[in-house]
Every structure is written in structure tokens, then in C-alpha cells.
Design a protein around this ligand. Structure first.
Ligand SMILES: Cc1ncc(COP(=O)(O)O)c(C=O)c1O
Length: 433
């Protein structure tokens, strides 16, 4: 019996009834095959074979408090006994909206949805309606969700991506609407000059710039000094809306997200993931002037499951835990992340491997490359992904579960001891590479 044999058996069975054996394509690439899990608590998860892992995937980000925190689980259990979904109003959703307006700088009004993709979808619809312009400007390598409008130039290969100054618009999926490509312009991240030139030429067409404030999904690339501020100024100058996709950075870098952390306030921002510690919810938040179009019903947004009792209760419990932690909550999250990043760098150095670890701390990226810095998507193509896959497999065998593309999340449940254990496992795994 192999270490992951029960998972393998279940995966083979799953392939008989679930397309590809997974219900999100992003789960398909786990090495050696998708794993099945039975239980999760704090910073740990247990798979179907009984293996215990320290978890740095945080379920692709949501579990900022760690798994199964009593404050969230108890609150949801109590709330759902009174009802699960009214598809009508209840007081807790108002309390949650007030909390979002209180903590997120751009939030004067909000609308709740279930996923990040939906929140971004409505953000773009709103931006087009507010400005009367058809296009939006997005950045190569940024992930804003899987829907047609959003999934353009997410991970183009070198033979697809075209010249750096004028990247090709590349569909993410077969069957994607061709007009989705025509509805956007794509530029490299962190090059303000190219953004300026594009707006000078096409201001009358561009409704919005949508950006992750940190290019989380590819390389966890921070904004260059002045880049976000520059986008803000250009949007003001040319009458486009600035949209921050804070699905990852929201509640992770600060209570007010990246906009608080970097001191740049967008017109609209979307949050999700960490907002409810694993329950499905997202929010579009924004300036009243833009959000009024939703308020007046000119821009349509719907969803049967929006503001369901469980997700709202989970969000309230999560945000209250973060509030209770105060400044100390983020100080510790950043410190743990920094500790881990430093440990990984040191382990790679002593193994004689060229590794780049970059990011703010609560999330970061690790990859094998001789580069000292990566500033845009094309830089991330210089990472040796095959080697990272081997590293992930070696870490899995040592009880550490990682996201295959090099992204690490740290939760409030990770302890200094967990970090030491992880760095020790990494030192062994890196030496083996
Ligand atoms: C930055 C960003 N935006 C949007 C999304 C889409 O969110 P969802 O998977 O909830 O649709 C993701 C998901 O990973 C994301 O990382």
C-alpha cells in the first residue's frame, strides 16, 4: 500500500462520475494526483490515508483563521438552526455590510455574492454602465475568476503572448466567447508608462482598469513604488474607474485590505476568500456614486444563494475574530510569514539552490530561478516549474501540503513551531533536489 493509495483509489472512482475527478479544474494538478481529505483543524489537514499535513494552501486562501475555528463553526451552527436561506432580507446581512463599509476604505455601499468570479463580473458590468465605455484594461497573468470576461491572458505561453508592449489577448478556455477578448486590452503589470500611453490613445473606450493590488496568482509580485498611485491618478485624469480585485488581499494584508496597506483607494473593490474563513461569500464594495446604479436597479445583479445565513454568520464571526485580534492579529501574521520566508531562503542557500521568495508575508511565492526579482508575468515564466513540482512532492512526503504553482498562504493558526517544522522539512527536501 502506497502512502496515498486510498486517495488514488478514490480519485480513480471519482473520474467515473466527476469530469476529470475534480469539481474545479484548479484542483486537477496536485502531485502525484488529487488528494482526498477527511478532516482539518488549525494549521493541519488529514487525508483519506490518514496522513497529517501542515497546510499552506489554506484551501486556496480562505482559511485565514486556520481550519475549523470554534468561533466560526459555532456561530454558523447556531445561525443555521434558525433557517438557512430566506432569499429575502435578514438583519445579519446588514450588520455585515456595515462592517465592510466600516473597514474597507472605498466601501460606501456593498453587494454580496457567492464567489469572487461573480463579484468581479458585476464590477465590470457596473464600470461599463457608469462610464458608457465598452473596454476594460487588465494585466497579463492576473487571475480575476473563470468567467468569459475575466479569464483573458491568465497564463499565456511564450508562443501565445506576443510583444511585451502590446500583449496578445489570449483565451483561457476552449469555448470562451471570442468577444470577451475584444472587450479588453492587456498590458504587462507594473509598467505605468504603457498604461499612460494606452489611456492617452483609448481613454474614450476604457471603462475601468481592473487589477489585483498585488499580482498574487502569478509570483506574488508586489506593486512597484508609485504604480498603484499612478493608476489612481490616470483613472482620475481619464475618467475610468479603478477596480481592485482584493479577493486574496482583502482582510489578509489589513482589515481594509491592500487599499489600506498601500494607501490607495480604488472606486470599486471585490473581497472574498478570507472574508468568511471557508464559507462561500464575496462582496463588491465601492463608492456610492458608482454603486447607485445597482441601488436604482439600472445594473442588474442577482443570486438565489446571496447572503445565505451560513455564509453571513461565518463572515461576521471571522471579521469579529480579526477585529478582536486588533493590530496584533496582522503583526503576528506578517511576522510568521516573514519567519517562514527567511527560513526557506536560508534552507535553499545551504542546499546551493537559486530560489526567489517574494511577497508581503501573509502570502508569498517561492520559485526556482536565478532572477533576484520578478516584476511581471513574463518574469514568472523564468521559474523552473518542473523542479517546484518535485519540491512539492518531496514536501508532501514530509507532511507539508503546498499549492503547486509556488504560492504559500500563512494563517493565524500557524505557530512558530509549525514554521520551524516546515523549514526543517524544506531543508531536507531541497537537499534531495
Ligand atoms: C484574485 C482573485 N480574483 C478572483 C478569484 C475568483 O474567485 P472564485 O474562485 O471565488 O470565483 C480568485 C480565485 O482564486 C482570485 O485569486
Amino acid at each position: 500500500m502506497g502512502r496515498y493509495s486510498k486517495s488514488k483509489e478514490l480519485h480513480d472512482r471519482a473520474c467515473g462520475s466527476i469530469a476529470g475527478g475534480v469539481n474545479s479544474h484548479l484542483r486537477a494538478h496536485q502531485v502525484p494526483h488529487p488528494l482526498f481529505f477527511c478532516r482539518a483543524a488549525g494549521a493541519r489537514v488529514w487525508d483519506a490515508d490518514g496522513n497529517e499535513f501542515l497546510d499552506y494552501t489554506l484551501s486556496q486562501g480562505p482559511m485565514i483563521l486556520g481550519h475549523s475555528p470554534p468561533a466560526v463553526v459555532d456561530r454558523v451552527s447556531a445561525a443555521m438552526r434558525q433557517g438557512q436561506l430566506f432569499a429575502a432580507q435578514h438583519e445579519a446581512e446588514v450588520t455585515l455590510a456595515e462592517k465592510l463599509c466600516d473597514s474597507i476604505p472605498c466601501a460606501e455601499l456593498v453587494r454580496l455574492s457567492l464567489s469572487g468570479s461573480e463579484a468581479n463580473h458585476v464590477a465590470l458590468r457596473l464600470a461599463r454602465a457608469v462610464t458608457g465605455r465598452p473596454l476594460f484594461l487588465r494585466f497579463e497573468g492576473h487571475y480575476h475568476g473563470w468567467l468569459d470576461d475575466l479569464a483573458v491572458s491568465v497564463s499565456p505561453t511564450p508562443d501565445q503572448h506576443g510583444p511585451r508592449e502590446n500583449p496578445a489577448r489570449v483565451a483561457w478556455s476552449a469555448g470562451q466567447r471570442a468577444s470577451a477578448l475584444e472587450d479588453c486590452v492587456v498590458l504587462p503589470w507594473n509598467d505605468l508608462d504603457l498604461v499612460r500611453r494606452m489611456l492617452e490613445r483609448r481613454a474614450d473606450d476604457i471603462a475601468a482598469i481592473i487589477t489585483e493590488p498585488v499580482m498574487c496568482n502569478r509570483g506574488c509580485v508586489p506593486p512597484e513604488p508609485g504604480f498603484l498611485e499612478g493608476l489612481r491618478k490616470l483613472c482620475d485624469q481619464y475618467g475610468a474607474l479603478l477596480i481592485f480585485d482584493e479577493i486574496i488581499t482583502g482582510f489578509r494584508l489589513a482589515r481594509g485590505g491592500a487599499q489600506e496597506f498601500y494607501g490607495v483607494t480604488p472606486d470599486l473593490a471585490t473581497v472574498g476568500k478570507a472574508m468568511a474563513n471557508g464559507f462561500p461569500i464575496s462582496a463588491l464594495t465601492g463608492r456610492r456614486k458608482a454603486m447607485e446604479l445597482l441601488a436604482r436597479g439600472m445594473v442588474m445583479h442577482g443570486g438565489t444563494g446571496n447572503a445565505n445565513i451560513m455564509s453571513v454568520a461565518a463572515a461576521l464571526a471571522t471579521l469579529e475574530e480579526i477585529e478582536k485580534g486588533g493590530r496584533e492579529f496582522y503583526r503576528r501574521l506578517f511576522a510568521r510569514g516573514q519567519h517562514l520566508m527567511d527560513g526557506l531562503r536560508a534552507a535553499a542557500k545551504s542546499a546551493g539552490l537559486s530560489v526567489l521568495v517574494q511577497g508581503p508575508g501573509p502570502m508569498f511565492h517561492m520559485g526556482f530561478t536565478p532572477l533576484r526579482r520578478v516584476v511581471d508575468y513574463r518574469g514568472t515564466l523564468r521559474y523552473d516549474r518542473a523542479k517546484y513540482n518535485r519540491f512539492c512532492a518531496a514536501m508532501l512526503d514530509r507532511g507539508v501540503w503546498l499549492i503547486g504553482r509556488g504560492f504559500w498562504y500563512v494563517s493565524a493558526a500557524h505557530t512558530d513551531q509549525d514554521i520551524e517544522q516546515t523549514v526543517a522539512a524544506a531543508a531536507e527536501a531541497l537537499k534531495k533536489l
